[in-house]
Design a protein around this ligand. Structure first.
Ligand code: ADP
Ligand code: MG
Length: 408
């Protein structure tokens, strides 16, 4: 679905209260009865609340459920987007949205800006968006799946990503800096880099390969397996190293000389991360390693002389007495085992498989990025949504209905 922020700047304080009331009511009701919306909004009933409801419904932020036994509404994905954006605006973590730079099966990625003009990435998790494979496999199941659970799972996915990014970053891993999380969205540092997938040539494939394998092992030594370590989720940043002259103990920059370039891998996309103690840890670990091996062979004609690394090696690293366990740390920071289980079960049920389909599925993502559902860059960037999220006066202003806001 498209993120259209046009109506955002026109919603009144009362509209926001009513939208929040629908969200609150959704916790216990698949369809939130209108009297409950009125009650939760804390506004006096009557025409005021009804006007807000009609405004929100016209903007597709809530949807009327006609066939239900009682009159009511449910929050749409668009409504959830608005609530999350509203929170980011209030916290001043973002000010305006820009281009969509990636549409995965399970997320949309936008470039956004803060009020000072710094650019960030907004990742909107959309676990309810059904992949081409899971429609086939889970049609009956999904027909009965509730709207609320899609939203809940997308929130869990965002919370998981944010929590993991934070602990990884704190422990020296190169991942985007997490800035904020609200509902099903994460705001993070924008990495100025291309996914490995888009890189045709590197000066030293052996060096880059070794570095990536090292990242998988370092993660393992902290008790973690990425679970979706592939060429879409590894961004390759070109970092400049200034040329220096060494004389004795002093180093000086050589003016006018061309700086050397190093390729720095930055890892993204963490909703599928698992603990090294997970029942299927070995399968996930091998899959991550094999993904890199296969890609390097196909793309760079590079095959390592060394076999492995193997899961047993990784397990040993995690078991070392000095090892710090981040799989345990994330639980302490708010992403509980129960949440992890719920999210994992859901992902399995709806067929979330990450960016590429792996062995046995008929394709490997190589040469068919459309089928894999991931496209980064060019195709999406024509979808220019650049616009201020706030009205010119900086407050909520008056609402102007927009037909272009889509629900799901
Ligand atoms: P999905 O779960 O849908 O695969 P990802 O987090 O992998 O979502 O993001 C999809 C694409 O968006 C990536 O392949 C990358 O091209 C781009 N992207 C995501 N996060 C960032 C970021 N922080 N900086 C730059 N590009 C990003
Ligand atoms: Mg990805």
């Amino acid at each position: 679905m498209k993120l259209d922020t046009k109506a955002l700047r026109y919603l009144t304080t009362e509209d926001w209260r009513v939208l929040t009331a629908v969200e609150m009511g959704s916790k216990n009701h698949e369809i939130v009865p209108t009297p409950l919306i009125t009650q939760l909004s804390g506004l006096r009933g009557g025409s005021g609340v009804h006007k807000c409801i009609s405004t929100l419904a016209k903007a597709n932020l809530i949807a009327r459920m006609k066939n239900a036994k009682y009159d009511g509404y449910r929050l749409t994905y668009g409504g959830l987007d608005y609530l999350a954006l509203h929170t980011h605006l209030k916290r001043q973590t973002l000010y305006s949205t820009g281009n969509c730079i990636g549409v995965g099966k399970e997320s949309d990625i936008y470039v956004v800006a803060s009020s000072t003009g710094s650019q960030f990435v907004l990742k909107i998790h959309r676990l309810g968006r059904i992949s081409f494979r899971s429609i086939k496999n889970n049609r009956d199941y999904l027909r009965h799946r509730s709207n609320a659970s899609w939203m809940y799972m997308s929130r869990l996915s965002a919370l998981k990503e944010f929590t993991f990014m934070k602990v990884l970053r704190e422990n020296g891993f190169r991942v985007p800096e997490p800035v904020a999380q609200s509902r099903h969205t994460v705001v993070m540092e924008l990495i100025d880099a291309f996914p490995l997938r888009q890189i045709q040539e590197v000066p030293n494939p052996a060096g880059l390969y070794a570095e990536l394998i090292d990242i998988v092992l370092r993660l393992a030594s902290f008790g973690l397996i990425h679970g979706d370590f592939n060429e879409f989720n590894i961004l390759i940043r070109e970092d400049e190293i200034p040329a220096v002259e060494t004389s004795g103990d002093t180093k000086t920059d050589i003016p006018d000389s061309k700086p050397a370039i190093t390729l720095t891998p930055v890892i993204i996309d963490f909703p599928q991360m698992v603990s090294i103690d997970h029942t299927n840890a070995e399968m996930y670990f091998d899959r991550d390693i094999n993904c890199i091996k296969r890609f390097f062979e196909r793309r760079f004609n590079f095959v390592s002389d060394e076999p492995g690394p193997f899961f047993a090696d990784a397990k040993m690293l995690a078991g070392a007495p000095e090892s710090k366990r981040l799989d345990v740390e994330v639980e302490a920071s708010g992403f509980s085992k129960k949440m992890a289980r719920e999210l994992e079960k859901y992902m399995q049920e709806v067929g979330v498989e990450g960016d590429v389909s792996y062995e046995g599925s008929g394709h490997t993502g190589e040469g068919d990025s459309d089928a894999s559902g991931t496209s980064s860059g060019a195709e999406e960037s024509s979808d220019d949504l650049s616009q201020d999220l706030r009205g010119s006066d900086g407050n909520d202003g008056l609402f102007k209905p927009s037909n272009e806001v889509e629900s799901e």
